[in-house]
Design a protein around this ligand. Sequence first.
Ligand code: GGG
Length: 352
Amino acid sequence: MKKHILVVPGDGIGQEVTTVGKKVLEKIAEKFGHEFTYDEGLIGHVAIEATGEPLPEETLVKMRASDAILFGAVGHAKYDNDPHAKVRPEQGLLKMRKELGLYANLRPIKLFDELLEASSIKPEILKGADILFFRELTGDVYFGKRERIEEGNTAYDTMIYSKYEVERIARKAFDAAMTRGKKLMSVDKANVLESSRLWRETVLEVAKDYPEVELEHQFVDAAAMLLIKDPKKFDVVVTGNLFGDILTDEASQIAGSMGMLASASVGDSTGVYEPIHGSAHDITGKGIANPLASVLSAALLLDISFGLKAESEAVINAVDQVLKAGYRTGDIATKDTPKDMILGTVAMGEQI
Ligand code: GGG
């Protein structure tokens, strides 16, 4: 198979982990006889430094022309304490999602058995947990009107959803539920928010087309509590942009670490595959970032964008084998992990 992949490492540890994700794709192409070609694009802080834009037109053109995008992360410490910065790295990420119509963000919460002890949740509660989140990605407070008023002393963001936006993500989630346990949980805050009442109403309408799927609604506060109390209760979950952002960071503790969670953003055009973690400037340049989220994102890319199931499974199997052999990065090590089994980013990539 011939495919063209755009690698967009972005900022901070995005650079380090994406190098490993790309190496894994190269190895897969070699082993399975595919021809993958690569190009690179700028986004985030590195793009602002080079061009003044968080997502330069040149990157967008390359994104549209590629078959899939392997993405890293955006963000830089310099903006954290500068609320007045007009141009920010995250704007590149939001623009990319909007321009490419990437409305569905799939976040599988996969717990490798070997990491049961790495989580802060008790193993007996965790064992067997396997969740697939659908986070809506192009609506909500991320794209609603926002403003500072009253001489800057009051601020607001608008939580906004249109029916068609809810319907299309709900359909994706119901379709996925049909291929898994035929269970779907929709998460909203319909007891308070009007946009959530529209959300719930629309999900209920879509449900009529999926009579075999058992649909459950939860308020986001209850869902956050249940995720830790009883993660096995969850199978497929569909929720909005903000709730999905927060709940999946929480759910990363089920998988042992943020460094383990991959994601796929799909919709109208080229799919984007990236770790759910950000640029992590506290550990940037130390060579200790966990590359497994990028490696597992490469596995999602092979499966979803290229339909290469065996190749994707080979990558997941490699992660499993390496964890079984006892290798860990610092974030998934426990007090019992021997020091010589704790690897840096590059060494972990070599094991995979
Ligand atoms: N790889 C994910 C990433 O770069 N996250 C940083 C970020 O700004 N995330 C906001 C979001 O995902 O909505």
